[in-house]
Design a protein around this ligand. Structure first.
Ligand code: PFF
Length: 452
C-alpha cells in the first residue's frame, strides 16, 4: 500500500459527469421508474419523487463525493484516511462494498434479459406476433435457465471487459460512448412518444397530480427509489468521487448528475406512457412493462421492430454503465487496500458476482418454488436486502457521518474548494442532519412493519 503508484484520476470533469450519470442512469430509470409511476398513479407520485431527489438524494450524493475526494481511496480506505485506521466508520464502507457486489449479481440477470431482447428484435422474432405470443416470449425466456444464465454471463463479461481498462481507459472512455448514444436513442423514442395519439394522455398522466393517489406506500416507493436511482448507499459515488481532483466543484457536478438522471427517468416515462395509452393498455402493469407491454405496443407501429431494437439497446447500455460502477467498488477496495493488480481483482470479483447471481437467475425457473426466507425467491430476497435495506441504511450512515461526526471545518473547506457559496454549507448540513435520517428511519420502520 505504501508504494502505491499515483492514484488514477478522471481525465476531465465532463468524463466524470458522464461516468457518474452512467452509474445513476440504469435499469432504475428505464425499467423501474415507469412501472412504479404507473403503479402509483402518475403525476402526484412524480412530484413526491422529485422532492425526495432534491431533499434527500442530492445532499447524500454530495456527501459521498466529498468523502471519496477527501479520502482519495476506495470506500473502506476513505473512511480510514478520514477517521484513522480501525475506525468503526469503515464498516459503512464495507456495507457499501457488500451492497454493490450483491446488487451486481442480480442486476446482471435482468440486464441479460435486455441482451436477449436485442437479439429478438434484431432477428425479427418480435414482429407479426399477437400480444399473447409476445407475453409468452417473455415467459419462455425466463423459464429457460440455460438461456438466462448465458446472457447473464455475457453481460458480466462485458462489465468485466470495461472495468479491466481502468478508470480512464475503461470506465470513462466507455461512458463517453455509451451515454451520448443512450441520450440520442432516448430522444428518438421520446419524439416517437410525443407524436403518438396517446401523447396528451401520457403527459397528463405524468404531470397532472392527483393527490388522492398519494398513499404511504407511494411515499416510500418514491423515497426508496431516490436512493436506488442515484446509486446511493452502495459506496459507488464514494469510489467515483475518490478519482476526482481536489479543486472540482462538487455542488455543480452533483446537480448536473442528478439533473441528467431525472431527465432520463422523465423522458423514459414520456416515451413509454403515450404509446401505452394509445394502444389502450394499462400503465400499471408492473415489472413486465418494458419486456412485455413495450414490445406489444411497438409491434403494432410502423418500424416497430426497429424501435424495439433501439429500445433494448438503450436498456442494455444504461445497465452496463451502472454495472461497471458496482464492480469498480470492490475492485478499488482490492487494489487500494490489498495491493492487488486491477486485472486480477476485476476478473475475480466479476466471476464471484456471476456465481452469486446464478440462484437469482434460477429464481424464475428451476428454483421458482424455492423460497428460503420470508416466502421469497433468491432474486426477491437479494433485491429486498439491497434495495430496501442496504442502500437506505448506507445512505443514512453517510448522512449521519457527514451531518454529525465529520469535522465541520474540513467539510466546509471541501465544499468551498472551488466556488464559495455561503448558503450552501448550512442548507446541506441541515438536510443531512435532520431530514435525511428521519426519512430513512421512516422507510425502514415501515419496511419492518413497525410503522405505517
Ligand atoms: N442507479 C442504478 C439504476 O438506476 O439502475 C442502480 C444502482 C447502481 C444502484 C449502482 C446502486 C449502485 F451502487
Amino acid at each position: 500500500m505504501n508504494n502505491r503508484i499515483e492514484r488514477a484520476h478522471w481525465a476531465s470533469r465532463f468524463g466524470f459527469v458522464l461516468a457518474a450519470a452512467g452509474s445513476a442512469i440504469g435499469l432504475g430509470n428505464i425499467w423501474k421508474f415507469p412501472y412504479i409511476t404507473g403503479k402509483n398513479g402518475g403525476g402526484a407520485f412524480v412530484l413526491v419523487y422529485l422532492l425526495c431527489i432534491v431533499l434527500v438524494g442530492l445532499p447524500i450524493m454530495m456527501a459521498e463525493f466529498l468523502i471519496g475526494r477527501h479520502g482519495q481511496r476506495d470506500a473502506v480506505g476513505s473512511f480510514e484516511s478520514l477517521e484513522g485506521k480501525g475506525s468503526p466508520w469503515r464498516l459503512v464502507g464495507w456495507g457499501g462494498v457488500a451492497a454493490s457486489f450483491i446488487l451486481l449479481s442480480f442486476y446482471a440477470v435482468v440486464a441479460g434479459w435486455s441482451f436477449d431482447y436485442i437479439f429478438k428484435s434484431a432477428s425479427g422474432s418480435l414482429g407479426g406476433k399477437t400480444p399473447e405470443q409476445i407475453n409468452d416470449l417473455f415467459g419462455a425466456l425466463v423459464a429457460d435457465p440455460g438461456r438466462v444464465i448465458f446472457w447473464q454471463f455475457l453481460f458480466m463479461a462485458a462489465t468485466v471487459g470495461i472495468v479491466l481498462g481502468g478508470v480512464r481507459g475503461g470506465i470513462e472512455r466507455w461512458s463517453k460512448i455509451l451515454m451520448p448514444v443512450l441520450f440520442l436513442l432516448l430522444l428518438l423514442l421520446f419524439i416517437r412518444g410525443m407524436s403518438s395519439p396517446g401523447a396528451q394522455a401520457g403527459l397528463e398522466f405524468m404531470f397532472r397530480p392527483d393527490f388522492s393517489r398519494i398513499t404511504p406506500e407511494a411515499l416510500l416507493d418514491a423515497l426508496g427509489h431516490a436512493f436506488f436511482t442515484l446509486s446511493l448507499g452502495a459506496a459507488t459515488m464514494i469510489t467515483y468521487g475518490s478519482y476526482l481532483p481536489p479543486d472540482s466543484d462538487l455542488f455543480t457536478l452533483s446537480v448536473r448528475i442528478t439533473l441528467l438522471d431525472t431527465l432520463v427517468a422523465l423522458l423514459a416515462g414520456l416515451a413509454i406512457f403515450p404509446v401505452v395509452f394509445a394502444a389502450g393498455l394499462e400503465p400499471g402493469s408492473g415489472p413486465g412493462l418494458v419486456f412485455q407491454t413495450i414490445p406489444i405496443v411497438l409491434a403494432g407501429l410502423p418500424f416497430g421492430s426497429f424501435l424495439a431494437l433501439i429500445f433494448f439497446i438503450l436498456l442494455a447500455f444504461a445497465a452496463l454503465s451502472s454495472s461497471i460502477s458496482m464492480l469498480e467498488v470492490s475492485v478499488a477496495y482490492l487494489i487500494d487496500e490489498k495491493g492487488w493488480r486491477r486485472n486480477r481483482a476485476t476478473v475475480l470479483v466479476g466471476s464471484l458476482a456471476f456465481v452469486l447471481g446464478i440462484p437469482s437467475a434460477l429464481s424464475f425457473n428451476r428454483w421458482a418454488e424455492l423460497k428460503p426466507l420470508f416466502d421469497r425467491t433468491f432474486f426477491d430476497l437479494f433485491d429486498l436486502l439491497v434495495s430496501s435495506y442496504m442502500l437506505p441504511l448506507g445512505g443514512m450512515f453517510v448522512a449521519l457521518y457527514a451531518g454529525w461526526f465529520w469535522k465541520g471545518e474540513e467539510e466546509k473547506n471541501e465544499l468551498a474548494a472551488s466556488a464559495p457559496r455561503p448558503w450552501l454549507f448550512p442548507v446541506w448540513h441541515f438536510l443531512l442532519r435532520y431530514i435525511t435520517p428521519a426519512a430513512v428511519l421512516i422507510i425502514l420502520l415501515n419496511q419492518m412493519g413497525i410503522w405505517g
